[in-house]
Design a protein around this ligand. Structure first.
Ligand SMILES: [Zn+2]
Length: 389
């Protein structure tokens, strides 16, 4: 929270208030107005909405600065829950949040997205029922769910489009199907977008800019401009995996093209490259295991992958000038990989771009996508509340 330029969107203002009260940064109406650069009347409107939702209460009194003692604001954590899921090709990570955005518990289960949407989403619902701690989903306490998918998402329709890794899902009405089953608001978005939102709001202020790169089997990225997700004209913003790079020569890529970044910098690319060198690996996790035991071929390959990714990201940093660049996904568990990315970015950027930039692993780690999903669900609940007035 480095500046106090007002945040324009109503849900954004409400989430900022929740965050400031949660961290104890501002606990009275006057402190919030000052901190957020908003008129006291605007702060009062947002407080009224959050009080109506039952998640903000005003009681007790703070120290007086001359006049009447101000009333203190605090959060109620038990006014309902938000369930989230971050779906990968082979497993799903689930999170249960309070309505104030606090992560209460996580859980992971094996799924296969190739089994199609109905089978996968049924397995996700069973796992949600498990972490919500009741037999069957507690409809009373459940206020909304959010789900991240490893493919391009049409957010307006709640579907995935041109999903190369999940063909059976094309056009399936994911959001509407889940809303029918659960009877609560559902948000569906791309996994890298959710990671970017989650990490941004955990680490930076609402008016700052960041890029979060998810480096796993493929490479995705999410872009946050002034605290808000930039999806682009066709919802594909940040999809850097199919950028052509010199070093990838004519390597065939999963997209049908040749020479994409994915073939030299992703987990899948590393696996293929090491297999050609006679190393026994079949997943990104196998590669990381070898790197952690200092196996020389895997170590060199991972460092080189970081350099290739850094080369593409240097162009993006020069163009976008973000406050932070966060790395997440399985490859970001290696400091060696992050150091290679960082050093290539510093080498390829104008000093003004790197003067203040933070480049490092996402602080929310494997939960970044879950935090992003909870953020969007809470935004949806707050928007729905505003539109019923
Ligand atoms: Zn490609």
């Amino acid at each position: 929270m480095q500046d106090n330029k007002p945040t324009s969107s109503i849900p954004g203002q409400s989430q900022h208030i929740i965050s400031l009260v949660a961290h104890g940064t501002a606990t009275t109406r006057a402190e919030l107005a000052k901190r957020m650069g908003l008129a006291p009347s605007t702060v009062s409107l947002r407080i009224a909405e959050l009080t109506e939702l039952g998640i903000l209460v005003e009681d007790g009194t703070g120290a007086s600065k001359g006049g009447r003692k101000p009333r203190l604001l605090r959060l109620e954590e038990d006014r309902g829950q938000i369930l989230t899921a971050d779906l990968g090709s082979r497993h799903v990570r689930l999170g249960r949040f309070s309505l104030t955005g606090k992560l209460m518990s996580t859980h992971s289960v094996a799924v296969s997205i190739e089994s199609g949407p109905e089978a996968t989403l049924t397995a996700v619902q069973e796992a949600w029922a498990h972490i919500s701690g009741v037999a069957g989903l507690d409809r009373q306490g459940l206020r909304g769910v959010g789900i991240g998918l490893p493919g391009p998402v049409n957010v307006g329709a709640g579907t995935v489009q041109l999903p190369s890794r999940m063909p059976a899902w094309a056009g399936f009405p994911i959001r509407d199907w889940l809303e029918d089953q659960l009877g609560v608001p559902v948000v569906v978005d791309n996994d890298a977008n959710l990671s970017a939102l989650g990490e941004h709001h955990a680490s930076l202020g609402p008016n700052q800019h960041s890029i979060t790169v998810k480096a796993g089997t493929a490479i995705g990225a999410g872009i946050i401009v002034g605290g808000r997700l930039h999806r682009g004209a066709t919802g594909a913003a940040g999809d850097v995996t199919h950028t052509r790079v010199e070093s990838a020569k004519d390597n065939p890529c999963s997209c049908g093209n040749m020479g994409c970044l994915e073939t030299v910098a992703s987990g899948a690319g590393l696996v293929r490259q090491l297999q050609r060198q006679g190393v026994d690996v079949s997943t990104t996790a196998d590669v990381l295991k070898l790197v952690h035991s200092a196996e020389p071929l895997a170590t060199t390959a991972l460092r080189t992958a970081g350099t290739h990714l850094g080369e593409v990201l240097a162009t993006i940093v020069n163009f976008f000038n973000p406050d932070s660049l966060f790395l997440t996904g399985r490859m970001a568990s290696s400091e060696l990989f992050i150091a290679a990315v960082r050093s290539r970015i510093y080498e390829g950027c104008h000093p003004l771009m790197t003067q203040k930039i933070h480049i490092g692993a996402a602080t929310t780690g494997p939960d970044s996508g879950l935090y992003g999903a909870a953020y969007l669900v809470l935004n949806r609940i707050l928007s729905d509340l505003g539109s019923t007035r």
